[in-house]
Design a protein around this ligand. Structure first.
Ligand SMILES: CC(=O)[C@@H](O)[C@H](O)COP(=O)(O)O
Ligand SMILES: NCC(=O)COP(=O)(O)O
Length: 247
């Protein structure tokens, strides 16, 4: 079974349209956790266009107070501000993403070989008891890329599934993308790394993904599940995404 972590960026982005406190990021975190999500994910960006620093503290308080078994996954580029945030929040999982501050959304994984020394020092800096470090990983990283990721000391890779998600109208390309993702996941398992996945996963593309790449520890999903929640409600959307992930 693959665990579901609900990414709340899109909820925060909707809230930020007005200078008003709804929809509530904390309130919807409660809804998705009550519905069976194993945790929540945020990717606070430097311009705070969706998740604000204050959201991260409020979510940490909610999880510690009401959901001690849930996982808080914080994604981001390892800047000094990010280090400080992680030190203050102490989340169970940190996912490092090579995003430029001006980037619209995440669109590639780390260059593990080129950035190996940098990532090794960052992983060392962020490691803490009861905390996992995961590295955003291109689908075609393969065995060589994964070996370099492992050498940094990270615990997991997160497969960047955006290219697969972009194949919604091209089933032949989707098959090729799935083969690359499965190969990289197998390489990670072979060296003892865990595997997460995320970006543009949807109810429509999850079943084939789950069949082709079954041993994924956790999927973090935001944009697609929020779109479905507008029709289904968040609790029902969580139930359907969990079912698509095998549990
Ligand atoms: C790391 C990753 O895959 C992203 O999906 C990210 O969390 C989404 O960021 P935005 O919500 O800013 O597009
Ligand atoms: N790490 C990926 C994530 O958190 C959510 O990505 P998306 O579902 O919003 O594309």
């Amino acid at each position: 079974m693959t665990l579901l972590s609900v990414n709340l960026n899109a909820v925060a982005q909707l809230r930020n349209r007005r200078n008003l406190p709804w929809p509530s990021v904390v309130g919807l975190a409660r809804v998705v956790l009550d519905a069976g999500a194993s945790g929540v994910t945020v990717h606070p960006r430097p311009d705070e266009r969706h998740i604000r620093r204050t959201d991260v503290f409020e979510l940490a308080e909610l999880l510690a107070g009401e959901y001690p078994g849930a996982e808080f996954n914080i994604e981001g580029y390892p800047s000094e501000d990010f280090f400080q945030l992680i030190d203050q929040i102490n989340p169970q999982q940190v996912t490092l993403v090579p995003d430029d501050p001006a980037q619209a959304t995440s669109d590639h994984g780390w260059d593990f070989r080129g950035k190996g020394n940098f990532l090794t020092s960052v992983v060392q800096r962020l490691k803490a008891p009861n905390r996992r470090i995961s590295l955003f990983c291109d689908p075609d990283a393969g065995a060589d890329g994964v070996a370099a990721a492992k050498a940094t000391g990270a615990d997991r890779i997160e497969l960047y599934t955006g290219p697969y998600g972009g194949c919604y109208d091209d089933p032949e390309r989707a098959v090729r993308e799935l083969a690359a993702l499965a190969h990289t996941a197998q390489a990670a398992h072979a060296v003892g790394m865990g595997v997460n996945a995320g970006h543009d996963l949807t109810l429509a593309n999850l079943p084939a993904f789950h069949a082709a790449v079954p041993l994924v520890d956790e999927a973090s999903i935001g944009h697609g599940i929020t779109a479905d929640a507008l029709i289904l409600g968040f609790a029902e959307a969580v139930r359907q995404y969990r079912a698509a992930l095998g549990g």
